[in-house]
Design a protein around this ligand. Structure first.
Ligand SMILES: Nc1ncnc2c1ncn2[C@@H]1O[C@H](COP(=O)(O)OP(=O)(O)OP(=O)(O)O)[C@@H](O)[C@H]1O
Length: 253
């Protein structure tokens, strides 16, 4: 088992204008593990997740200080190329958001941007990515059909396949199952367990049972701070902080 810290976050603060949304965040994100981010609505989970691949750069009144190291390189420094960063750190959103294109075109979109043109290579990537997202068998005979014609659960796995197609190292997932039915949710949860063999996963979830099922580590956020990060089993059975205990036992949030 890897004990490598794929990402290291040090003294991270984030402000939306005058409002400080993240306060002195420190976290080690372990390679080939699933890290769950839990906490009440508005505590900064999504904001934090978005800092990990600089999605907040798109919001113009955001100010960030501190450090986020990916394989030792500060992703906010000049040394880091934004296109490379987004390739290394992929993202899956709450609502499945396939492009209004065929299944095939959804998967090859990223690889084409990165300069892959050869049809046989693209075909290979499509099969590998769809297999990786556990949806190949369901769609292999309809690759030329619109991705939007699939069920919500299938669309989400297409989005995961689209993310895998550019061969990221880290996958960020923002409540990836909150718009899905229980069976699709189970499929995506099982998939996360498979994917962590090859990828490092950080997932925001409101569903505490899900955090318990899928994650190795859990971080509890409250009012923009991390109250504690620990092995998931410790967070759920023996948390250090009373506020964590109150949250996981449903006393607030
Ligand atoms: N673009 C923005 N501009 C200003 N404030 C924002 C912006 N986005 C988020 N916030 C504020 O930052 C805080 C953290 O929001 P964030 O969405 O990160 O929380 P969250 O824990 O993910 O919430 P939820 O679980 O409801 O999705 C909230 O107070 C929110 O109102």
């Amino acid at each position: 088992m890897s004990n490598y810290m794929k990402m290291r976050v040090r003294n991270l603060n984030l402000f939306y204008g005058d409002f400080q949304a993240l306060m002195d965040i420190n976290m080690n994100i372990m390679e080939n593990k699933v890290t769950a981010l839990i906490g009440p609505s508005g505590c900064g989970k999504s904001t934090y997740l978005r800092t990990l691949n600089r999605m907040n750069d798109l919001i113009d009144h955001v100010k960030i200080n501190g450090q986020i190291l990916l394989d030792g390189i500060d992703i906010y420094s000049d040394q880091c190329d934004l296109i490379d960063l987004r390739k290394s750190v992929g993202m899956v959103f709450q609502k499945p958001n396939p492009f209004p294109k065929t299944i095939y075109e959804n998967i090859v979109y990223g690889p084409k941007i990165h300069g892959i043109k050869e049809k046989s290579r693209l075909d290979e990537i499509v099969e590998k990515s769809l297999r990786g997202a556990a949806i190949w068998d369901e769609v292999k005979d309809r690759l030329d059909k619109p991705a939007l014609g699939l069920s919500g659960g299938q669309q989400q796995r297409i989005c995961i396949a689209r993310c895998l197609a550019v061969e990221p190292d880290v996958i960020l997932m923002d409540e990836p199952t909150s718009a899905l039915d229980p069976i699709s949710t189970l499929k995506v949860e099982n998939l996360m367990d498979e994917l962590k063999k090859d990828y490092t996963i950080v997932v925001v979830t409101h569903n505490m049972q899900q955090a318990g099922r899928v994650s190795d580590y859990t971080s509890f956020f409250l009012n923009g701070e991390i109250i504690e990060t620990d092995l998931t089993e410790n967070i759920f059975s023996n948390p250090n902080d009373k506020r964590t205990e109150d949250y996981i036992t449903g006393r607030f949030g």
